[in-house]
Design a protein around this ligand. Structure first.
Ligand SMILES: NC(=O)c1ccc[n+]([C@@H]2O[C@H](COP(=O)([O-])OP(=O)(O)OC[C@H]3O[C@@H](n4cnc5c(N)ncnc54)[C@H](O)[C@@H]3O)[C@@H](O)[C@H]2O)c1
Length: 382
């Protein structure tokens, strides 16, 4: 493969601006040649590449080597399939697809056309992740194998940021804009990856227990606790909120170590402090290196299958429970109400393994329960 990879970006506004900055950086290094942008809305400061409003016209006219898909989640599959059929490798934003059927269709298309599919889980490129996996591997068995915690704030305006904000379904398709599927999707994906690589988890099918809540007039959850327990009794626990006053970054706990998101700082077992971030493998650079040398992808589509299986659970679950107004307090920054004490409650969840309803939290309701098989299917997309 000679010369820079010719890269097109579909979905050029929003998070697409981040990809455009990355393309500019890599173009300066001669790694990529940005060839086109596409967006159905006017593109902010497009620069001097051609801009399309129809991704099919872009594919037909520019024949890119690599396509970045950064459109709303419910539009991913159609665009990704068209890009792969046009001969492009993919960097597909997370969450990649909304069902296992879609996952398998896309995987089959990648196989059929001999293309690579990288998913935008940049936290999987953390240089500290192998140390967290090693900590999980060498720790004494514990009932909570991996736990993720995050205490964030999103004001009311966040839930109006785009047409799919706060939505669970659009045109009958699962959109997944809640805390688990969007802002904390990286924490969920990392937890699953650490559990799989560090603990050989799951042993057999997994019992899923989901408590999810909303403090606003939205279709999705802004607070969630997810407990996944395998046949051996080992759990992966996720406890996250977007409506807390005290801010705590994302934390993935395993084997006494903690990896912080998005800083990528690691605190080793027994250590008092986090060590400085060790950096990340950039997903686009990794995809381009994969094309050139066959170096493994950091976040191949197949690796994300357990996350998509969980999205199916979220799609099937009853709607998130509304938290009564009496538990809400004005956030000091304004523009919305916060859930009083939710940071402490979720901290207790990850420390004890008990869900809010089991801790007698007054706003909590019993979990939705189901069983699913999270184990990976064989695939060749890596
Ligand atoms: N990896 C990360 O950390 C990260 C962060 C933010 C968002 N994301 C993901 O990036 C994707 C986009 O999110 P966003 O927040 O930028 O959404 P957004 O709605 O703000 O922007 C999406 C853009 O895609 C455009 N678009 C919609 N349909 C299109 C189509 N058919 N063809 C071309 N353009 C189309 C929209 O006009 C919009 O400009 C989502 O999958 C989201 O989950 C990932």
């Amino acid at each position: 493969m000679n010369g820079p990879a010719r890269v097109a970006l579909i979905g050029a506004n929003g998070h697409g601006l981040h990809h455009r900055r990355n393309l500019t950086r890599l173009a300066a290094q001669g790694v990529v040649e940005p060839v086109a942008l596409c967006d159905v809305r006017p593109v902010e400061e497009p620069g001097d590449v051609p801009v399309f409003t129809d991704h099919r016209a872009l594919l037909a006219e520019t024949r890119p080597d690599v396509v970045i898909v950064c459109t709303p989640p419910h539009t991913h599959l159609e665009i990704a399939l068209d890009a792969v059929a046009a001969g492009a490798d993919l960097l597909l934003e997370k969450p990649p697809v909304s069902s296992l059927v879609e996952h398998d269709v896309l995987l089959a298309a990648l196989d059929e056309h001999g293309r690579a599919g990288q998913v935008g889980f940049q936290a999987l490129g953390s240089a500290a992740l192998p140390d967290l996996v090693a900590a999980a591997r060498h720790a004494a068995p514990a009932s909570v194998g991996v736990a993720a915690f995050g205490s964030w704030w999103r004001p009311d305006s966040y839930w109006r940021r785009s047409p799919w904000a706060g939505r669970r379904r659009i045109d009958g398709r699962f959109v997944a804009d809640g805390a688990l599927a969007n802002p904390f999707a990286h924490a969920v994906m990392q937890s699953l990856a650490v559990a799989e690589a560090g603990l050989g988890w799951p042993a057999g099918p997994v019992t899923v227990e989901l408590e999810w809540y909303r403090t606003r007039d939205i279709e999705v959850e802004d607070t969630a606790c997810l407990r996944l327990t395998d046949r051996a009794g080992t759990t992966v626990l996720v406890a996250v909120t977007l409506c807390a006053v005290p801010f705590v970054r994302g934390e993935i706990h395993a084997g006494g170590a903690v990896l912080e998101y998005p800083t990528d700082r690691l605190r080793s077992p027994g250590a008092a402090d986090f060590r400085p971030p060790a950096g990340r493998v950039d997903l686009l650079e990794n995809l381009i290196a994969h094309r050139a040398t066959g170096v493994p992808l950091v976040a191949p589509l197949a690796r994300t299958r357990p996350l998509t299986a969980l999205l199916e659970v979220l799609a099937a679950a009853p709607a998130p429970a509304a938290i009564p107004a009496g538990f809400l307090v004005p956030h000091p920054d304004g523009d919305g109400l916060a859930l009083a004490g939710v940071d402490t409650t979720l901290r207790t969840v990850v420390e004890t393994g008990a869900l809010p309803s089991e801790l007698d939290i007054p706003w909590a309701v019993p979990p939705y329960r189901t069983v699913l098989d999270l184990r990976q299917k064989e695939s060749s997309d890596a």
